[in-house]
Ligand binder design. Structure first.
Ligand SMILES: Cc1ncc(COP(=O)(O)O)c(C=O)c1O
Length: 392
């Protein structure tokens, strides 16, 4: 077995399986760029190799995709499409998305999930030392990708519970960034950025910067944001969308960037060829065309979210009333969030601890099916009861 010691890897020699093992030092390998070494790791909602009974940690769609997706899969498998490279631009999916979202196909670029497009955007626009503004707490990939390109992060400070977007334009004005990333509804707090704030940021940025609004959870908002339709007038605005959430295709990896054709052209220069597979293109188009199914899922999520908010508030937890498919909540006493996350996981239920967002007093609970919520609440209550008995 190799032993790792600081930067040196001490490898066993051929004779090491003997009475006295002799080890030989090998020189260290090429060093990664310093920007990479300081990057925090990405926290997936489900640790590798773990199959929980209930996963409420990754903001997935508990009902899965439209039944039309299975039909699209069957017809794809009976054709020769998987033996061929997919359409690199994904024209059919772009035209379908364009029709449903009311935007021209030339303002769309597809990626292997919207996370991939965040990376492509930073690779396209950021030079070492360029300023980037985002909010606290928020989705980790903005920081990760910005710092990977040598960008300098400034944050809208916050209490970790709620994001007050109204203070963001002043931060942008001061930092004079090249890019602003905001997530609306915000992951993990669920707060929606008011249209007025977006207007103000765009007027501060002018044409010297790009405002990226990540709308991964926009389908679940009670007032649906209309940003995509304003790209033609707001040329420094880029919107990210994903089929991983409301459309239930997280496993297929399809995301879209909606932006001015000049931005689309620039970003497509860094995007690798064929980022979206033939099955993802075909099933994406099938999912997006089933509006009835999407609105049914959204209605169930909103119902489940309201129930979770009510139930957790009744237990004395501090709940931020958000607009996404999850609930952001502080269970109260210090250290409770981390202990609860661990105890729930030991009983087969995954929720997200706010620690990875820099808010260790919080939990983020994805809205699951009614049965999943029943189980979550009943397991939670038995944990709280046991803790109460231990204290007595
Ligand atoms: C705010 C936000 N943006 C983007 C993504 C990435 O989504 P995907 O790469 O699956 O499209 C996520 C995933 O959870 C997210 O929370």
């Amino acid at each position: 077995m190799a032993l790792y010691h600081k930067h040196k890897c001490i490898m066993p020699t051929d004779q090491s399986v003997g009475f006295m093992s002799r080890r030989k030092e090998v020189p260290p390998l090429i060093e990664p760029r310093p920007e990479i070494l300081s990057l925090p790791p990405y926290h997936p909602g489900r640790p590798t190799g773990v199959t929980p009974a209930i996963n409420l940690a990754a903001n997935e769609n508990a009902w899965g995709p439209s039944p039309r997706v299975a039909t699209a899969w069957q017809s794809l498998m009976s054709s020769e499409a998987v033996a061929r490279y997919p359409d690199m631009e994904g024209l059919v999916l772009k035209e379908t998305l364009g029709r449903v979202w009311g935007v021209p196909a030339e303002t769309l670029l597809l990626g292997t999930g919207s996370g991939h497009l965040i990376k492509c955007l930073t690779e396209t626009y950021l030079r070492p030392g360029d300023g980037v503004v985002t909010v606290f707490p928020t989705f980790s990939l903005y920081r990760q990708n910005a710092e990977m390109m040598g960008g300098r992060l400034s944050w809208l400070p916050g209490d970790g519970h709620h994001v007050d977007f109204s203070k963001l334009p002043a931060v942008v004005e001061k930092a004079k960034p090249r890019m602003v990333f905001l997530c609306s509804p915000n992951n993990p707090t669920g707060d929606l950025a008011p249209p007025r704030v977006i207007e103000e940021i765009l007027s501060v940025l002018g044409t010297d910067g790009l405002l990226v609004v990540d709308e991964a959870y926009a389908d679940f908002a009670t007032t649906r944001p209309e940003l995509m339709g304003t790209i033609a007038e707001k040329r420094s605005l880029a919107v990210l969308r994903t089929l991983s959430k409301a459309y239930g295709l997280a496993g297929l990896r399809v995301g879209a960037l909606v932006a001015d054709p000049a931005v689309i052209e620039a970003v497509s220069r860094v995007r690798e060829p064929f980022p979206v597979s033939a099955p993802a293109l075909a099933m994406g188009a099938a999912a997006i065309s089933d509006e009835e199914y999407r609105s049914e899922v959204v209605a169930r999520v909103v119902q489940g979210r309201q129930r979770l908010e009510r139930e957790l508030s009744e237990r004395g937890w501090n709940v931020n009333r958000g607009e996404a498919n999850f609930v952001w909540t502080a269970p109260g006493s210090a250290g409770a969030a981390g202990r609860l996350k661990a105890e729930l996981a030991a009983r087969g239920i995954l929720v997200r601890h706010g620690e990875s967002f820099g808010a260790p007093d919080h939990l983020r609970v994805t809205v699951g099916t009614a049965t999943e919520i029943d189980t979550f609440l009943s397991v939670l209550d038995s944990i709280l009861r046991e803790w109460g008995e231990q204290r007595e």
